[in-house]
Write a protein that binds this ligand. Structure first.
Ligand code: NAP
Ligand code: MG
Length: 497
């Protein structure tokens, strides 16, 4: 029986309020007259209106962040005090799990059940994990042997200091989680932030802003300005911003690098992917089939690390292909508020058109549709889980990121040929290997040029495990202790004894 969730009172109240900008600890109006319509992608309903922030809004937000960094209490607070407030924020997010899961489902289209089981708990975890780091950031003492002053001795040590004002720009596929991945480490290290959420999905970031203030994070430490790409570009260009952290497409990532060159602000990038997922004949085939389907269809294929190139050893290719197609055909598409829904709509009309045109280009170039292959003829931006066979390595659907539920299934005969094809991509974000031969799995994992390799699993994320890309998939790593490098400067101090 279909069970349809009702909007809870908190979400109803939040949706009915004016959406303002969080600047200097206050919810502020904008001088910009422009607004953004917030749409539910499952049915086209209007949920709310956002401010389309302009240059003047970004200026005010950056000035607030600058003031909070240069003279506010955040940076000089003890690590323990910063930790307590970040932990409190994690508790508040957890207490509001239902509200966040509903907002994510309405705004992004993903099933409520998925947002509740994955997006919200992972967001809570990263704030708790990073809260722990606030008290563990320190430099080291370094013995010197300076050749040109042999008679002197020195005490030398390094200090780890926050970088300063951080601009953060995030995409729409995991709205709350992307905000959490960005904010938690920046704040743990003592930086201040201006966050620009994606124009399609800013609701959970604004709700998070309320909780940030409630958690006692001082005014001006986190500022949130909603808007389009141009709002983001004002942040990229701003001379008072010390560092820009971006998650989104490789194309915009390249624009950001160019824009940041004005004051040579530091840049970290989490970009696109075209990840190979490899099934060897000696794999547990049933587990591999389910894993391959989830690797591409989770979050409707709108994952930067989606396993969108499925390489299968020839002797098991037909079996795997038919298993993945069966899986695809059974996925229940629907409104994310129906508790039985397994896959919601894509985020927007634009994304729907883009994904459908990729499917058409695959067909034109000779790919054979084995499952799905079109959108649903109804309101909302639903695309059927799609499996393409008879693809070859020069097709657009094999080379380019589709960012939708479309997988190309490709047979391989030798390990050598496989490694060459798997690495034949401008991207290098993630990869999967399915095999029961431990030695082979280790060897192949070493040869793959990717920031994450999952073996006999896929899409496993943890606050302690670094995530990021080789090649055009990005610069730097999110999460784990590695992310701290992105938000800290190292100062060397040398004292003559
Ligand atoms: P996008 O167009 O690159 O947008 C990402 C963010 O950048 C949005 O907030 C966007 O604002 C903003 N933006 C757009 N143009 C800008 C500009 N010129 N200057 C500054 N900011 C600008 O990407 P998307 O379509 O939202 O997301 C899908 C892409 O992100 C995919 O390619 C995917 O692979 C990648 N992604 C990567 C990761 C990762 O961890 N590596 C995670 C998620 C997504 P608007 O909202 O107005 O466009
Ligand atoms: Mg929306």
């Amino acid at each position: 029986m279909q069970q349809h969730l009702s909007i809870n009172d908190e979400v109803r109240k939040f949706l009915s309020q004016d959406k303002l900008l969080l600047i200097d600890g206050q919810w502020q109006e904008s001088r910009s007259e422009k607004t953004i319509n917030v749409e539910n992608p499952a049915n086209g309903d209007t949920l709310s209106q956002l401010i389309h922030g302009g240059q003047e809004d970004i200026n005010r937000a950056v000035e607030a962040a600058r003031k909070a960094f240069d003279s506010g209490p955040w940076r000089s607070m003890t690590g323990s005090e910063r930790s307590r407030r970040l932990w409190k924020l994690a508790d508040l997010i957890e207490q509001n799990t239902d509200t966040f899961a509903q907002l994510e489902s309405l705004d992004n289209g993903k099933p409520y059940t998925v947002a509740k089981a994955a997006d919200v708990p992972l967001s809570v975890d990263i704030f708790r994990y990073m809260a722990g780091w606030s008290t563990k950031i320190h430099g080291k003492t370094i013995p010197l042997s300076v050749p040109y002053t042999p008679d002197s001795s020195y005490l030398s040590y390094t200090l780890k200091e926050p970088v300063g004002v951080i601009g953060q720009i995030i995409p729409w596929n995991f709205p709350l989680l992307m905000a959490a991945w960005k904010l938690a480490p920046a704040l743990a290290c003592g930086n201040t932030v201006v966050l620009k959420p994606a124009e399609q999905t800013s609701l959970s970031a604004l709700k998070l802003g309320e909780l940030i203030m409630e958690a006692g994070i001082p005014e001006g430490v986190v500022n949130i300005v909603t808007g389009h790409g141009d709002t983001g570009s004002f942040l990229v260009d701003h001379p008072m911003v010390d560092k820009l952290a971006f998650t989104g497409s490789t194309e915009v990532g390249k624009q950001i690098v160019r824009g940041a060159s004005g004051n040579l602000k530091k840049v970290s990038l989490e970009l696109g992917g075209k990840s190979p997922n490899i099934i060897f004949a000696d794999a547990d085939i049933e587990a591999a089939i389910e894993g391959a389907a989830n690797a591409i269809f989770f979050n409707h294929g709108q994952c930067c690390c989606a396993g969108s190139r499925l390489y299968v050893e020839k002797s098991v290719y037909d079996k795997v292909l038919s298993g993945v197609c069966d899986f695809a055909d059974k996925i229940k598409l629907g409104n994310g508020f129906d508790l039985s829904t397994q896959m919601g709509p894509l985020i927007s009309r634009e994304q729907f058109d883009k994904v459908c045109s990729y499917i058409d280009s695959g067909k034109r170039e000779g790919a054979v549709v084995q499952a799905g292959g079109s959108g649903l003829d109804q309101a909302g931006y639903f695309v059927k889980p799609t499996v393409l066979a008879k693809t070859h390595k020069n097709m657009q659907v094999v080379r380019e990121e589709i960012f939708g539920p479309v997988v190309a299934a490709i047979p391989f005969s030798s390990e050598e040929e496989l490694i060459e094809e798997a690495n034949d991509s401008n991207y290098g974000l993630a990869a999967g290997i399915w095999s029961q031969d431990v030695s082979k799995a280790h060897k192949v994992a070493e040869k793959l040029r990717a920031g994450t390799v999952w073996v006999n699993c896929y899409n496993i994320f943890d606050a302690s495990l670094p995530f990021g890309g080789y090649k055009e998939s990005g610069w730097g790593r999110e999460m784990g202790d590695e992310v701290l490098n992105l938000y800290l400067e190292t100062k060397s101090v040398c004292i003559k004894k």
